[in-house]
Ligand binder design. Sequence first.
Ligand SMILES: N[C@@H](CCC(=O)N[C@@H](CS)C(=O)NCC(=O)O)C(=O)O
Length: 258
Amino acid sequence: MAAKAKKAARAKAAKPANKVKKTKPLSKPAKAAARPAAGSPAPGMRPAAKPAKALGKITFYGHYLSIPSIKVGLMLSLAGVEHDYRHVDLRAGEQKSPHFLAINRFGQVPALVDDGTAFCQSNVILEHLSEAAGKFGGKNEAQQRLIHEWLLWEADLMATGLGATRAQAVFYNADVAVLTYLRGRGNRALDTLNATLGKQPFLTGTQPTIADIACAPWIAYADEAGIPLDPHANVQSWFQRMSALPGWKSPKDALPRP
Ligand SMILES: N[C@@H](CCC(=O)N[C@@H](CS)C(=O)NCC(=O)O)C(=O)O
């Protein structure tokens, strides 16, 4: 192979597949309130096991009614990560535009671009931010694995049990039988949280991690889902502990409204 062709092949191979070429604004960019990085770590801010390299210019795409987006917004705020925020107009279908699909092939919020590399799926974004910022991660491999288990559980039982129930109740006016089934899943999720939080203050131990940041925002929507929190006292006190963390925002007001 000629030297010029070899150089071109090397350059092509080095380019990450999900590198975003250009982030054109979907709507008027709004600078999100950024907290300065804490000089001394807040409770639970532990270095992630394997620090990641990128934490450059961050652009976060979300919607204020989307709980997966709120999870990411809270993480950015709790970790004090400066970023630009772009509201994605879901009603207008902006999430299915070619520009947004180039950032998130699933056509959903949230998405996050860090130094030109695009991340999607709220829990993958949380893991990236935790690793890159060295905050809210596990203190060893065993805890990292525990956190990952909770994140997969959250995407299953919290997202359907609390999230789908709230969406069906508030936005889609679902049939009673559907709501009864979904509320059953929500109560199962709350039972699991309650049992764990009866033994320790946070989901994976004595300090909050991204497992807690992923699970806590749904609790603020239990009322909209029609699921009472009264039988889950440990969940309620955990939510109070989360609310007291520096940088925490009330989930319903966590993201800017257009
Ligand atoms: N598993 C995804 C779920 C994301 C999701 O469901 N996003 C919704 C808003 S809450 C969305 O963008 N819906 C618009 C659509 O699907 O067209 C995550 O955790 O990021």
